[in-house]
Each structure stands twice: as structure tokens, then as C-alpha cells.
Design a protein around this ligand. Structure first.
Ligand code: GUN
Length: 287
């Protein structure tokens, strides 16, 4: 019997409903949640992601301020915009869409965002708090994945979980969230040896490679009834795909998330949640 297809659209709509209610309660108290987006350059995928985030904000009553900078912007100019947004009391969340062009340093840029407005959870302050189980603003994709586990009552304690991604946006924050739930986590990456053997031993695989020419997770690589979460997005023959051969995987897995319609909508829902959290923190100036 095939496994259960994890429905990220359904779970994200539940999160959005809660966030919408919280946003309207804040408005009643005179705080109008607002997200500033910063898009540098003309990467079409990044432009689409930002547009989708802005649309999701407007659907649930979060205002947005749109900032577009040209691909030859200097680091100093980008820093200056972030400083302005940090000071702007109408702005509660700041999202600088990544990747940035080569002349801009991602660490310098994201570190400059006020930790109180860091809705991506990327500042050293919030990343550090996450590793100590104290973060209020957590990276969106990892916290979205945790919501999916929660919704489907997937127990994590004692499970062997393999994460194939070590980025600051996904793999590293996810490691901390999974450890908090008492999972045994194996972090894999491009230099990992014998990935197939490691995957075969996993109860849960969370994969985010994003290059089908290099890596595809096939049913032969997973054990019977494993759980598979696909974080990747890439194009294959013009189609949006993840890392998994989903049609094959779902025949063997107990749960699997599709692309599209899996983790992607959760990332956006958690961004909305973080923006409303940041807006509510602005009331008390909490750090
Ligand atoms: N680029 C790809 N995913 C993300 C994300 O979640 N946040 C930001 N800022 N940039 C991204």
C-alpha cells in the first residue's frame, strides 16, 4: 500500500489562519505587522519567491514594503538600506532574499539585520539562541518541517534522521530542532561517503540537494516505511521537482512530501508567523 502524501498546502493553510487571527489582534492594539523585502538583482527564481511571500502577506493582513536593488549594488549601499529598515518603527520583519550577487557578502548582510526583525532566523544572535533552545524567531523552512511532523503525529524521539543539507537556512537550524526532539541526527553533504548506505539505515530522510543531475533519492535507497521530506526545488525538463523520485518513493515510504505542495508552502507560512511574532515583540522591545 502506498504511503501518505504529506499535504503542505493543507498544513500551511491552518498555520496561516492562526497567523491571520494573531495579525488582526495586533492591529486592534494599534500594531500593523509589516514585512520589508529586499531583492537584489534579477534572478527570476528569487523574484518569484519574493512575489509569493508578498502575496501571502497581503492575503492575511500583513503589510509589505518592497525594496529592489540593482545587481551591481555595493555592500555599503545594501548595509545602508538594512540600517534604515532596522530604524523604521513601521517595519517589524526584514527579509533579504538569498542568494546575493558575488560582491555582497551573505554573512555581513544578514548579520546586520536587527535580531528583533530577523524573520529568517539567520543572524548569529538568533542562530545561537536556536542552538540553546531559546529562539523566538526560527529559520522558516526547518520550523515548517517541524510543523509537518507535528501535524501528522510523527514521533521523532530516538529516530535515526538523516539530513542531506548543511546550509545555514536549512540543515544547521534543522539539526537543532531535531535534537530538541531527541532524534539521533546524521548530517550529510557533498563529501559524505556511502550516502546510499546511510539513507538505507534511516527512519526519516530530509533531503535538500536541489540538483537532480547530481542526486536523486530513489526507492532503492530507502528502507520500507521510511519517512521522506523533500526540501529541494529544481527544474527537470522544465518541471519543478525536488530530490525524490516521488512516485516511486511513495510506494515504499510511510509518509513522503511532494514538490511542489510539500515544504515550500510551509516556508512561507512560517515567515508570516515570524513576522507577526516580530511585530508582537516590538510592543515590549524584547530581544
Ligand atoms: N533563498 C532561498 N530560500 C530562502 C529563505 O528562506 N530566505 C531567504 N532570505 N532567502 C532564501
Amino acid at each position: 500500500m502506498p504511503g501518505t502524501k504529506i499535504d503542505g498546502l493543507l498544513v500551511s493553510s491552518e498555520v496561516r489562519e492562526l497567523v491571520k487571527k494573531a495579525a488582526s489582534e495586533l492591529k486592534a492594539q494599534g500594531i500593523s505587522p509589516c514585512l520589508a523585502t529586499v531583492l537584489v538583482g534579477d534572478n527570476p527564481a528569487s523574484a518569484t519567491y519574493v512575489k509569493n511571500k508578498q502575496k501571502a502577506c497581503s492575503e492575511i493582513g500583513i503589510a509589505t514594503k518592497d525594496h529592489k536593488l540593482s545587481s551591481d549594488v555595493t555592500q555599503a549601499e545594501l548595509n545602508s538600506l538594512i540600517d534604515t529598515l532596522n530604524r523604521d518603527s513601521e517595519v517589524h520583519g526584514i527579509l533579504v532574499q538569498l542568494p546575493l550577487p558575488p560582491q555582497c557578502d551573505e554573512f555581513e548582510t544578514t548579520s546586520r539585520i536587527s535580531p528583533l526583525k530577523d524573520v529568517d532566523g539567520l543572524t548569529p544572535h538568533n542562530a545561537g539562541l536556536l542552538s540553546m533552545k531559546k529562539a523566538l524567531l526560527k529559520a522558516c523552512t526547518p520550523s515548517g518541517i517541524m510543523e509537518l511532523f507535528d501535524h501528522y503525529n510523527i514521533e521523532l524521539a530516538g529516530k535515526n534522521i538523516v539530513v542531506i543539507n548543511r546550509s545555514n537556512l536549512v540543515g544547521k537550524p534543522l539539526l537543532h530542532l531535531l535534537l530538541e526532539k531527541n532524534a539521533t541526527v546524521t548530517m550529510c553533504h557533498s563529501k559524505t561517503k556511502d550516502l546510499e548506505r546511510i539513507c538505507k539505515n534511516a527512519d526519516i530522510i530530509i533531503t535538500g540537494v536541489g540538483d537532480r543531475a547530481k542526486f536523486t533519492l530513489t526507492p532503492q535507497m530507502i528502507r520500507e516505511s521510511a519517512i521522506v521530506i523533500d526540501v529541494a526545488t529544481s527544474r527537470l525538463n522544465g518541471k519543478l521537482v525536488g530530490d525524490c523520485d516521488f512516485d516511486g518513493i511513495i510506494q515504499k515510504a510511510s509518509f513522503a512530501s511532494p514538490v511542489p505542495g510539500g515544504v515550500g508552502p510551509m516556508t512561507i507560512a512560517m515567515l508570516l508567523k515570524n513576522t507577526v511574532t516580530a511585530a508582537s515583540m516590538s510592543k515590549i522591545g524584547r530581544i
